[in-house]
Design a protein around this ligand. Structure first.
Ligand SMILES: Cc1cc2nc3c(=O)[nH]c(=O)nc-3n(C[C@H](O)[C@H](O)[C@H](O)COP(=O)(O)O)c2cc1C
Length: 488
């Protein structure tokens, strides 16, 4: 597929490194849009290096990074040719803040560069990068690193990415870009910015391709705001419903929970596709459409195609540890895997889906709290006017000292450490305890037996063959409504 043609299938971005370069490359080579996740990829990158970079892929990609001195410095600091000695913890990166050192920024750039470069290596398919709007502080350096590797698409949700299109325009021209940093307790009129200047790193920043920007939305109003009021061009939308994996948008209005404690979604949360189409931009439907009939139904409703997560997440090509995938797929085949939409687990405040399966060891309330990755920390204004950072999953007394409440910490999970453990990069703590995994999935996990047909494993290309096979349209998921406009 050429960069100009729009894909039918987008393999959804899935953090942390579930949609890694291997998965994105497999999808991209097969002619659809493979998407790497840039969320926390800098810590993934330095841990992979500490594990030895056994196949040499990172070092191969780094040879093409336009800052050779930085690449050499990164290797000197993090590459351990013999891998991690038994029992030793990974060397950590300093947690992000509003402003970080040049090297910290360069590590973020390099890690995103490497992920995209590897996903694009050896073919001319298209590759995208997914970032969470809410994880604000590393985003500009991440995007610039991805652009240095020629990323074709940027896909962002989990917040309102109004300032991203303009930032892409600026950085493509080698100019500095800024985003407004959300600061809890900021005084009226006070503005805090995150700024990234390519000229700080490259003597003559090159002209770069401006990637297509797709905003991930779950409401017509948000799509309209972005189409009309973003500071640059939004090239299309991914309409993501509440059955999708990872974070979900909260239900409209007051959050009401069902008897199990999950958010209740209703008609008000559905996106009207006919109205969306009036914006004149291409869109893809995500969540509960991962079947050939789902793709046909999406197309019949005016969508360009679909974005699929869960089926790809459990394929052999994804970053999830093989034994965890095998355990979950065995649970699916036995009809025992459940997906729970947890209204409070994520420090972001958004509902977050968790896999529940008897015997699956995952992070729970017994974890000794420790905040050392910090991607979900939010900035807040201290009384003296300076900024500090807090996360409701950090140690309770620390959070409370920073002005948080004890109630605010209830049921919180450390997504950063849990998601890194899910891909085999869990931190080692005292007494040889390794951080336990935390598994997310879309609701699709509960209904994918038909696709699995008893198989214990499958490849990403099997997912594409399945999705792209002929079928009549099936029903669209409840998260979207469509009534064909009446011809006048
Ligand atoms: C394991 C997993 C992790 C995910 N992580 C992210 C993420 O980091 N960012 C994002 O925008 N969407 C994320 N998603 C959502 C997917 O990109 C996709 O939109 C969604 O899963 C589509 O629904 P489906 O699972 O029914 O196919 C994730 C989904 C899964 C299954």
């Amino acid at each position: 597929m050429t960069a100009a043609a729009l894909p039918l299938v987008i393999q959804g971005g899935m953090g942390v490194a579930v949609s890694n370069w291997t998965l994105a490359r497999a999808v991209s080579r097969a002619g659809q849009l493979g998407v790497v996740s840039g969320t926390a990829i800098d810590d993934v990158f330095v841990r992979r290096l500490q594990d030895g970079d056994v196949c040499g892929s990172i070092r191969r990609a780094l040879e093409h990074f336009p800052l050779p001195d930085v690449a050499a410095e990164i290797l000197k600091r993090f590459h351990r040719p013999a891998g991690m000695p038994e029992g030793e913890p990974y060397k950590a990166l300093p947690m992000y803040r509003q402003a970080v050192s040049a090297l910290r920024e360069q590590i973020t750039m390099a890690s995103n560069f490497v992920e995209v470069w590897l996903a694009k290596e050896g073919h001319d398919g298209i590759v995208g990068i997914n970032l969470l709007t809410k994880v604000q502080m590393p985003n500009l350096a991440s995007l610039y690193g991805a652009m240095l590797a020629g990323v074709d698409y940027v896909l962002m949700g989990a917040g309102i990415p109004r300032e991203i299109p303009g930032a892409l325009d600026a950085m493509a021209e080698g100019r500095a870009a800024s985003l407004k940093l959300d600061v809890e307790g900021a005084l009226p009129g006070e503005t805090h910015l995150i700024t990234f200047d390519p000229a700080k790193h490259l003597a003559a920043p090159p002209q770069l391709k401006r990637p297509m920007f797709l905003a991930i939305v779950s409401a017509n109003s948000l799509a309209m705001t972005l189409a009309r009021k973003a500071n640059g061009k939004v090239d299309g939308f991914v309409v993501e419903g509440w059955t999708a994996g990872g974070h979900n948008a909260p239900p409209r209005g007051e959050m009401k929970l069902n008897e199990y404690g999950e958010p209740i979604y209703g008609e008000r949360d559905s996106v009207d596709l006919a109205k969306l189409a009036e914006l004149g931009l291409p869109f893809w439907i995500a969540g509960g459409v991962s079947s050939p009939g789902g793709l046909a139904a999406a197309r019949a409703a005016g969508a360009q195609g679909i974005q699929v997560g869960t089926l790809f997440a459990f394929s052999d090509d994804s970053g999830i540890l093989p034994h965890l995938k095998a355990e979950v797929l065995a649970g699916v085949n036995a009809g025992k895997a459940v997906v729970f939409t947890d209204a409070i687990a994520s420090p972001t405040g958004y509902p977050f889906k968790l896999v529940r399966l008897e015997g699956l060891v995952q992070q729970d309330d017994t974890r000794i709290r420790n905040c050392d990755l910090g991607y979900l920390r939010s900035a807040y204004r201290r009384e003296d006017g300076r900024l500090d950072y807090r996360c409701s999953a950090e140690p309770i007394d620390t959070f409370v000292k920073k002005g948080g409440t004890v109630e605010g910490t209830a049921g919180k999970r450390c997504l950063c450490n849990g998601l890194l453990a899910t891909i085999g990069l869990g931190q080692r703590r005292d007494d040889d305890v390794v951080e336990p995994p935390l598994m997310t999935s879309g609701d699709e996990l509960q209904t994918m037996q038909g696709f699995l047909a008893g198989r214990a494993s499958y490849r990403a290309t099997d997912v594409l063959d399945y999705l792209l096979s002929e079928s009549c349209p099936t029903e669209l998921p409840a998260a979207v409504t469509y009534e064909a406009p009446v011809a006048s």
